[in-house]
Design a protein around this ligand. Structure first.
Ligand code: PEP
Ligand code: MG
Length: 568
């Protein structure tokens, strides 16, 4: 029984490795055969060297997604799988480990050198330490662009989201799946490429970048027209981005810089503060950590373009959920618990993805945009002084629907630049642009381009808003849509050319009409999907940006798109 990914899914007897006993899958101790991907790359290089194929022909024969096999651990293809649950293939690669339902427990076990799979109903920013510690992540809810998926892809860790077959009881440390009850410490394997959870520990092939990988991607770079950047939120991401050949950072999601426990507290204080003074006090704490992070990223990118996006935190991801957290924040803000409850209730939203996020935050609380702009400019000045290399800086405003929104935020950024110039006696070159991630922004792109020096299409939100399907909840019904032929594929993975794609084409055409030289990029998760990349090439974008581990795939897919568009 093979599924569409070619994986053998015939049910097998259970092969549980008990918790506590170190699982030593036999195949993991033997040298595994050369992976399919290594063999394909080797054959491509040999056929070009021997003159049987041109480079163009050889490149067109390589399936880009196959490169995942070289970038992530994978389950040994000969292994007989016992699949206990299915979900969405949210981040490629495979991992096995002991189940834990608690991020703090994941951290503790990882510190002891144990391998952990973090299982949650869904993840939120406060789980980030556990996600770092885990070898893989499973969530019962969520889609391809929900928190767990986006964060795991950025980390290069396997992740399965929307595993609706799993019932998770986080409090009691138990989950049921495939007719089995598993508890904390039981061992599972997850395959984020196929979207599966397996019983027991599977043997893995380890990632390996053979010299043919560099040769083939070097050829690809000579044919592609699209530039490839990476979505990088931390210095580690930026290092990975450069290692895989990214030509810049196309999206630095600054809210992801606050996932650390100490920082998230300051963000929460900032959001929950009732007065501007109190908000400014929390912002002062955030200023120094942001400045430090930006400086490191600018250093690493060494003059390549870096797009820093101003805060875009959907509030439900950031507000404290439990009473203890709320009480601690109330104390540091000098609020009574009752006042804190009222403030939290005020900010509670029915539909946070369409709520108080994006540029709306900067418009209501301009001091937030000012703090971020200051951190960016001060970091850029320090790095330029230090290295003598100019920072190639792009500041991006999220979730813009009208030019007036962009203009308001832009005025604050420009005023902050002038203030920093006066204080430090140094100037920084920068561009200000916007995400185009709402249908209205695509339609109004001609007007928005009067103020924006660049656009970056945010296809996660654009897909969500064009279809009117929540990116966090679509997992529950998309399976039925695909099964019944309503949609040919998940539009959060591969671009819906007829609808969302049409909006992009309108945005491109109207934006260029107003400002012919406008830089047009894309930073949604579709930037790592080969079929979507072909569409973006055809739509005339200048660059795409994807998670660092997708960069090699994007380099190859962009070359193939160029070669197919202009046949040999
Ligand atoms: C997007 O919406 O496509 C995007 C890149 O932004 P985010 O995923 O952070 O909303
Ligand atoms: Mg978005």
């Amino acid at each position: 029984m093979r599924n569409e990914t070619g994986v053998d899914e015939t049910p097998r007897p259970r092969s549980r490795v008990k918790a506590g006993s170190a699982p030593t899958p036999s195949a993991a101790r033997q040298p595994l055969p050369e992976s399919r991907a290594s063999a394909v790359l080797r054959a491509a290089v040999e056929s070009v060297t021997s003159g049987r194929q041109t480079r163009e022909e050889a490149l067109l024969d390589i399936p880009p997604l196959m490169l995942d096999e070289l970038l992530h651990p994978m389950i040994d293809p000969a292994f007989q799988r016992c699949v206990i649950a299915r979900g969405l293939p949210a981040s490629p690669g495979a991992a096995w480990g002991e189940i834990t339902f608690s991020p703090s427990e994941a951290e503790r076990l990882a510190d002891e050198g144990r391998r952990v799979i973090l299982v949650r109903v869904e993840t939120s920013p406060e789980d980030i330490h556990g996600m770092h510690a885990a070898t893989g992540i499973v969530t019962a809810r969520g889609g391809r662009t929900s928190h767990a998926a986006v964060v795991a892809r950025g980390m290069g860790k396997p992740c399965v989201t929307g595993a609706g077959d799993i019932r998770v009881d986080e409090r009691n440390g138990v989950m049921t799946a495939g007719g089995m009850t598993l508890k904390t410490g039981d061992i599972v394997t997850i395959d984020g490429t196929a979207g599966q959870v397996l019983d027991g520990a599977a043997p893995m092939t380890e990632p390996d970048l053979p010299p043919d990988f560099t040769t083939v991607l070097g050829w690809a770079d000579t044919f592609r027209r699209l530039r490839i950047r990476a979505n990088a939120d931390t210095p580690d991401d930026a290092i990975a981005a450069r290692r895989f050949g990214a030509e810049g950072v196309g999206l630095c999601r600054t809210e992801h810089m606050f996932f650390d426990a100490k920082r998230i507290r300051a963000v929460r204080e900032m959001i929950l503060a009732e007065t501007e003074d109190k908000r400014r006090a929390s912002l002062a704490t955030l200023l120094s950590v942001q400045r430090q992070d930006f400086a490191e990223i600018f250093h690493i990118m060494d003059g390549l373009p870096v797009t820093v996006r101003l805060l875009d935190p959907p509030l439900h991801e950031f507000l404290p959920k439990d009473e203890d957290d709320r009480a601690a924040i109330a104390e540091s803000l000098g609020m009574t618990p009752e006042k804190m409850r009222r403030r939290a209730a005020e900010l509670d939203e029915f539909n946070p993805m369409l709520g108080f996020r994006g540029c709306r935050l900067a418009i209501a609380y301009p001091e937030i945009a000012e703090m971020q702009a200051r951190a960016i400019f001060e970091a850029a000045i320090a790095v330029e002084r230090d290295t003598g290399t100019a920072v190639n800086l792009e500041i991006m405003v999220p979730l813009v629907a009208t030019r007036a929104e962009l203009d308001l935020v832009k005025a604050r950024i420009d005023a902050t630049a002038a203030a920093v110039r006066g204080e430090l006696g140094a100037t920084v070159q920068y561009q200000i642009g916007t995400m185009i991630e709402l249908p209205r922004a695509c339609l109004a792109a001609g007007d928005i381009a009067r103020s924006a020096e660049f656009f970056s299409f945010g296809t996660n939100d654009l897909t969500q808003t064009a279809f009117g399907m929540s990116r966090d909840d679509a997992g529950t019904f998309l399976g039925a849509y695909i099964l019944k032929g309503v949609l040919p594929f998940d539009p959060f993975t591969s671009i819906d050319a007829d609808g969302v794609g049409e909006l992009i084409r309108i945005g491109v055409e109207r934006g260029r009409k107003t400002r012919p030289g406008i830089k047009l990029g894309l930073c949604g998760e579709h930037g790592g999907d080969p079929a979507s990349i072909a569409f973006f090439h055809d739509a005339g974008l200048n660059y795409i940006s994807c998670s660092p581990y997708r960069v090699p795939i994007a380099r190859l897919a962009a070359a193939q798109a160029a070669l197919r568009a202009e046949p040999l």
